[in-house]
Ligand binder design. Structure first.
Ligand code: URA
Length: 432
């Protein structure tokens, strides 16, 4: 078999066979196919697309390009939740304890933030003492005892995706539904959970800009996951504005505690209850209404908050530090004041995410060091009335030199009009 022929075939819009896709993924993983041929085939796939069978085969081969975790010792109730990335998305910190408090087991790997999107592992590391790199024995012990354990992505999981993703990033081949679906799912499937809840975001702060695009991606992932033996569903949710008030690692942990204490922002709380209910329904085979009732009870009784404490403590985190008033308080803070009176018609997620990155909360390159205390705290949401001179956000960081550029960008992320704006639903659709 020759890679040249595969490129030629895909360029003509023909479907690749199972053997050809397996050959390609093997060659990517062992380094025998040069980057220029991989990139040419990625571009052909991007332009010509792949059918459902090709995408499923690509996912399966990428999943098996490295280690495949076996979670079966933890029983059938293992559940993973994955968000396609967004701004202020701290849902894993909330839904994992809620689902665990209801009897599900959330033993998972999570990513770090890149660019303007955040990552759960960075948020966890803002808690003093928290360890996100554990031995396999520790991982299984904590998952068994606490029903939650979250660690950083292992390098030996889906190595083909690592290579392909790096090339896609620099060859303008990210935005292919087949390539995104196989990339995300190969890692999720290799991580071993029997049940998977996906949160596919759309809007300015997401990969997919429209709900229709997000739905196509969600349908593809649900189809492949089901074909490969998982119980899987996908939410399509809004990421035109940040989720909740906090954008920044430590302050997002603090906001997660607020939600689990029953004081969360309404849209964030609504989404977390919906996601956690699906996680519980899938993993414990419960009817939707019963799962919803159990999750609501876990929130109102404080069982979810206690599950978070048990989880953080088991991974070395100092939970009492998180409860301190000054947790997440940075040395440098500045308020953004509203330039006019009116109604907030838009709080652009991309702009807020980029401003937060400029303050030091995110990284442009993988090696960049992040400031856990940096970020933006929104004081107003889309649809709120504001008065001229009223604070609409708080910028935090450890280096005052970062403030001016971030403040300018943040200001341009707020649009203020005269008319009330219709509120968008938090959940656009659920694909099952
Ligand atoms: N996240 C991934 O892991 N892969 C993609 O292709 C896009 C988002």
């Amino acid at each position: 078999m020759r890679t040249y022929d595969l490129i030629q075939k895909k360029k003509e819009g023909l479907a690749l066979t199972k053997e050809e896709i397996a050959f390609f993924v093997r060659g990517v993983t062992d380094g025998s196919i040069p980057d220029y041929q991989i990139s040419a085939l990625l571009m052909a796939i991007c332009l010509r697309g792949m059918n459902g069978e090709e995408t499923a085969t690509l996912t399966y081969e990428m999943m098996h390009s490295g280690d495949v975790v076996d979670l079966s010792v933890l029983g059938e109730g293992t559940v993973d939740k994955h968000s396609t990335g967004g701004v202020g998305d701290k849902t894993t910190l909330i839904v994992a304890p809620l689902a665990a408090a209801c009897g599900a087991t959330v033993a998972k790997m999570s990513g770090r933030g890149l660019g303007f999107t955040g990552g759960t592992v960075d948020k966890m590391e803002s808690v003093p003492g928290m360890r996100v790199s554990l031995s396999s024995d520790e991982f299984f012990r904590i998952a068994k005892n606490r029903r939650i354990c979250v660690v950083g992505q292992s390098g030996s999981l889906a190595p083909a995706d690592k290579k392909l993703y790096a090339l896609r990033d620099v060859t303008a081949t990210i935005d292919s539904i087949s390539l995104i679906a196989s990339s995300i799912l190969s890692k999720k499937l290799a991580s071993g959970a029997k049940n998977i809840v996906l949160d596919v975001k759309y809007g300015s702060g997401a990969f997919m800009k429209t709900p229709e695009e997000a739905k196509r991606l969600a349908e593809e992932m649900v189809r492949i996951g089901t074909a490969l033996g998982r119980r899987i569903c996908a939410f399509i949710t809004d990421m035109d504005e940040p989720l909740g008030y906090a954008v920044g690692n430590a302050s997002e942990v603090k906001e997660a505690v607020e939600v689990l204490s029953g004081r969360g922002e309404a849209r964030l709380t609504e989404l977390c209850l919906a996601l956690a209910s699906r996680m519980v329904a899938l993993s414990l085979s419960l009817p939707a209404e019963e799962a919803e009732a159990r999750v609501a009870e876990a929130l109102s009784s404080g069982a979810g908050l206690r599950a978070m404490e048990g989880w953080f403590t088991a991974q070395g985190g100092d939970f009492s530090a998180v409860l301190q008033k000054d947790f997440a308080k940075a040395s440098c803070e500045e308020e953004l004041l509203s330039p006019q009176s009116g109604i907030l018609s838009s709080v652009d997620a991309l702009g807020v995410g980029r401003a937060s990155c400029l303050l030091g909360a995110g990284r442009e390159k993988k090696e960049d060091i992040i400031d856990p205390l940096a970020g933006v705290y929104l004081k107003k949401r889309r649809g709120d009335s504001v008065k001229k001179g009223e604070p609409i956000a708080l910028l935090s960081c450890s280096d005052p030199a970062r403030l001016p550029a971030a403040k300018e960008l943040l200001l341009s992320s707020f649009q203020i009009g005269a008319e009330p704006v219709p509120l968008r639903p938090t959940v656009y659709a659920i694909v099952e």
